[in-house]
Design a protein around this ligand. Structure first.
Ligand code: N2P
Length: 378
């Protein structure tokens, strides 16, 4: 069962990955050396020393602070964290010229976009020997063959979390897009504040490709997303799971691991991928091309540290997402490894799709999403 599961996951990555648009583009090369100063022998490069403090730009609550502490203690490099709530937020900030980040954590399709725009630095593999701890299938993901730019960070799915016992298990995305005013979940439901995830849910509900660029289909999805509004308490990508745990909300569109973390506070939280399907994703830790050579070296040291078996295990134990690290997986509890919310069974895997870049249509998605969010509640 487990082997089959892994095989199906690999196959789905390979097949669906073919859909990922080609993502060449010349990356900005970042050299590991600083140009020699005039007073020095002109041919001798100066050895780069790692920065003594670096900033990681990550999703919220996605890393155990203990990992920073251990890294700081061992290497004397202080870790500072800044958070984003969506790939688009992170991308816009970097496109706007933000610097000072040594590490970022984009999802699959955003790695493709950033590569094409020359926004990622090529990793110096000699600084990251622990890359070999990754499971085979994570060495050649279609958006980053050979881990040239990133190390896979965690992977997971997008579906619906709900309070078991109070809410009937949602089997269709209709619970969001055709909300019943008499349902207990009406007005106590959130959707991710995320353009591609929002559209993916609506498109899969309508039976369309979640990466469609067909304007009529996108308009239909927009209508469905507007129909969802009366049933929503809001759009939320950071605290949706906490609002279930506290009892304020009863249902949320969100990411599997976040619901599992919240289960510790409220054991009635359950998670499902509706019958029409959902999203599968792989998040990655990468270095922006704007990083200085010192930041880049420290960033690579951190990536290598994160890929240690015990550190990868600590990461999964904290955020409840599946690890791409085979050596870490071996250290995880059987209970975690057999949890179908973490490792979707074959019948769920086969209805999951990756979000892929939509090229020119990106601005259309964004414009429609802005219109949805600012539309009056019907
Ligand atoms: C962690 C968010 C998971 C990232 N809070 C989804 N790609």
């Amino acid at each position: 069962m487990k082997d089959k599961n892994i095989f199906l996951f690999l196959t789905s990555i390979l097949i669906l990955g073919m859909l990922l648009s080609a993502c060449g583009g010349a990356p900005t090369p970042v050299v590991e050396t600083i140009a020699p100063q005039e007073t020095q022998a002109p041919t001798e490069p100066v050895e780069v020393k790692p920065a003594n403090e670096i900033v990681i730009y990550n999703w919220s609550e996605y890393i155990d602070p203990e990992i920073y502490t251990q890294f700081e203690e061992e290497f004397g490099i202080k870790m500072v964290e800044d958070n984003f709530s969506s790939n688009e937020e992170m991308l816009a900030k970097l496109q706007g010229g933000a610097t000072g980040y040594a590490l970022i954590v984009p999802s699959d399709y955003t790695v493709s976009i950033m590569k094409a725009e020359g926004m990622l630095a090529e990793l110096d593999q000699s600084n990251i020997p622990n890359m070999s701890n990754l499971a085979d299938r994570f060495h050649d993901l279609p958006f980053d063959p050979g881990n040239k730019y990133c190390a896979p960070y965690q992977w997971g799915t997008t579906g619906i979390g709900y309070i078991d016992g109070e809410v009937e298990k949602p089997t269709s995305w209709a619970v969001l897009f055709d909300p019943d005013p008499n349902a207990v979940t009406y007005g106590r439901t959130t959707m991710l504040d995320d353009v591609r995830e929002g559209f993916a849910a609506a498109l899969v509900y309508l039976g369309y490709d979640i990466n469609t660029t067909d304007e009529a289909q996108l308009q239909e999805a927009k209508d469905a997303l507007i129909r969802a509004k009366p049933g929503l308490a809001g759009y939320d990508s950071d605290t949706f799971e906490d609002l279930l745990a506290s009892g304020e909300n009863l249902m949320a569109h969100g990411w599997n691991g976040d619901f599992l973390v919240a289960q510790e506070e409220n054991e009635n939280i359950a998670y499902t991928v509706p019958e029409e399907g959902g999203v599968i994703w792989v998040d990655n830790i990468c270095i922006p091309s704007s990083a200085t050579p010192e930041e880049k070296l420290a960033g690579e040291m951190f990536i290598n540290f994160l890929l240690r078996p015990e550190i990868g295990a600590l990461l999964s134990e904290f955020n409840y997402y599946a690890s791409p690290n085979a050596a870490s997986e071996e250290m995880l509890d059987e209970e975690f490894l057999s949890d179908p919310t973490v490792y979707p069974p074959p019948e769920v895997l086969e209805r999951l799709q990756f979000i892929t870049p939509v090229g020119e249509s990106e601005s259309l998605y964004q414009r429609l999403w802005d219109e949805i969010k600012s539309a009056p509640v019907p």
